[in-house]
Design a protein around this ligand. Structure first.
Ligand code: SF4
Length: 63
């Protein structure tokens, strides 16, 4: 599973708070980034939850 964050990200850091293992805030780009190329299996569910809860609909998942 892969996850990417589009430029629609509004930087509220909800995903960072929900799952800091995967999501990080990039102070230069002013949006969140995904730390992994391939999401570790044990973190897939929380990443799906982050995508569902993202208010900007900015987290795209590729299963
Ligand atoms: S939850 Fe969505 S809008 Fe908020 S920081 Fe994460 S990707 Fe950006």
């Amino acid at each position: 599973m892969k996850a990417t964050i589009t430029k629609q990200c509004m930087g509220d850091r909800h995903c960072n708070n929900l799952c800091p293992e995967v999501f990080e805030y990039d102070e230069d780009q002013l949006l969140s980034i995904v730390k992994f190329d391939e999401i570790p299996a044990h973190l897939e569910d929380i990443v799906r939850q982050a995508a569902a809860e993202c208010g900007a609909d900015a987290i795209e998942i590729e299963e």
